[in-house]
Design a protein around this ligand. Structure first.
Ligand code: AMP
Ligand code: GLY
Length: 439
């Protein structure tokens, strides 16, 4: 079997490893290809020098190289319709069609879907650059903080929390006059600020049936204790099951996942692939936990994927293929009885300005259940060393069969062996898990 992975970050490294380790892959004398490979992927994937956004070139490559199955990592190729193009030509691919990927690429579409199918989410109103006056009137009567979200894709930066009216007005100016997110911010929503704790859930679906992977928790803020600027994610752990009880689990499946898949199908946008559900769990009186959808993404999350996928014991490649072939109902998910922690090693200064081309030392780690997935890395010019090449540089992942605390400690122990100039990492990944345990 020939498999092509589109994308080349930490998430795609983790996807590649899980495919590579699948029995169905090993059995069939298979080959893995990955777009614009990086030093982490090169050991198991043949690099393909095509960008994830060059859909026609990828299509040609897949046809010429007789690729059997393509797996799409990032959202942009999905929002550009890569899955539609591949399927039109009879090629098998993992990921939703363009109209289904709108669940991520248009926040307004996603919110209206949730409203129509009564899926719990923050109360909201939609506005555009054409009705700023109404938006301001709405903001004058709003309870603060409010959340303002650009409708379109904005590289994970399109959500802004405003603490008062004047901050909120500035955000509207940035979106519609300064166009900080280009056309993505000309339409926007204003929504109620929810409180609670966040969880991430990946659901692998063929549009009708689904398999829910272990819950995980991301750490989006740059600073310890969830402070400072939002980032792409500074670390994650899984399973986050200790954070939920069976009642909440059932609510999430019956009141969120199932109506979403049903709604998408009814709207003529049958959803195939990985549905990423970003949840806020609010705690009400008497300890009642209520889940709300913060966002949907049309893909796996980064860095949650790096923590979740190593926990999957059953054949991962078969799961992805079952999504495309619409046979999910026959798939039995098995997971390891282990705990996983992922810590991101970032360039100092990220998510603002940072330097690159720093030599990375200590990468020769060869331990069972420890993985170092590459994101922003590249080979040095003479090919002998590995250099930093981005904000988020590496994902260090460790598993442990006894406790989450041991997984966390093992992860930090490994991270301590790696070094590059101005390396930054959050030192408290998993802190909410530990707090929960102490209670
Ligand atoms: P998103 O890009 O939609 O995941 O939003 C980024 C982050 O903003 C989320 O992870 C939340 O921490 C926060 N956020 C988004 N929407 C809300 C909301 N309605 N209430 C509170 N926090 C929110
Ligand atoms: N970890 C957040 C995301 O992938 O969107």
């Amino acid at each position: 079997m020939k498999i092509l992975i589109v994308g080349n970050g930490g998430r795609e490294n983790a996807i590649a490893r899980s495919i590579f380790e699948s029995d169905s892959f090993k059995k069939s004398n298979s080959e893995l290809f990955c777009t614009v490979g990086n030093p982490g992927l090169d050991k198991i994937c043949k690099p393909v020098n095509i960008k994830p956004t060059e859909i026609q070139e990828l299509l040609e490559f897949a046809i010429n190289e007789k690729i059997d199955f393509t797996v799409v990592g990032p959202e942009i190729p999905l929002s550009l319709g890569i899955a539609d193009e591949f399927r039109k030509r009879g090629l098998k691919i993992f990921g939703p069609d363009k109209c289904a990927a709108e669940i991520e690429s248009s926040k307004i579409f996603a919110k209206n879907l949730m409203q129509k199918y009564r899926i719990p989410t923050a109360k909201f109103r939609e506005f555009s650059s054409g009705n700023i006056k109404e938006a301001c009137e709405y903001l004058l009567c709003s309870k603060y903080p409010v959340v303002i979200k650009a409708d379109g894709l904005a590289a994970g930066k399109g959500v802004i929390i405003a603490n008062n009216f004047s901050e909120a007005k500035e955000v509207l100016t940035d979106l519609t006059e300064n166009k900080i997110f280009g056309d993505s911010g000309l339409n926007f929503i204003i929504e109620e600020f929810l409180t609670g704790f966040e969880l991430s859930l990946f659901v692998i679906t063929d549009g009708t049936d689904y398999v829910a992977l272990p819950f995980s928790q991301d750490h989006k803020k740059i600073g310890e204790g969830d402070t400072g600027k939002n980032t792409g994610g500074m670390g994650a752990y899984a399973p986050a099951d200790i954070m939920i009880n069976s009642d909440l689990h059932e609510k999430i499946m019956l009141e969120i996942i199932e109506p979403t898949l049903h709604g998408m199908k009814k709207e003529g946008r049958k959803y195939k692939g990985c549905l990423y559900c970003g949840l806020m769990i609010s705690e009400f009186e008497h300890g009642v936990l209520v889940p709300y959808v913060i966002e949907f993404n049309a893909r796996f999350g980064d860095p949650e994927t790096q923590a979740v996928l190593p926990l999957i014991k059953s054949d991962f490649l078969e799961l992805l293929i079952a999504s495309e072939e619409e046979t999910i109902r026959n798939y039995k998910l098995e997971t390891f009885d282990k705990y996983a922690c992922c810590v991101i090693l970032a360039s100092g200064g990220y998510p603002d300005k940072y330097e690159t081309n720093k030599v990375i030392n200590g990468l020769d780690i060869n331990e069972r259940d420890v993985f170092v997935f590459h994101s922003g890395t590249k080979y040095s010019e003479d090919g002998t060393g590995i250099l930093t090449n981005g904000g988020r540089v590496l994902s260090v992942v460790a598993l442990d069969g006894t406790s989450m605390n041991n997984a966390i400690n093992r992860c930090y122990y490994t991270a301590g062996k790696i070094h590059f100039d101005k390396m930054y990492l959050r030192k408290d990944i998993g802190f909410k898990y530990s707090e929960k345990k102490i209670k």
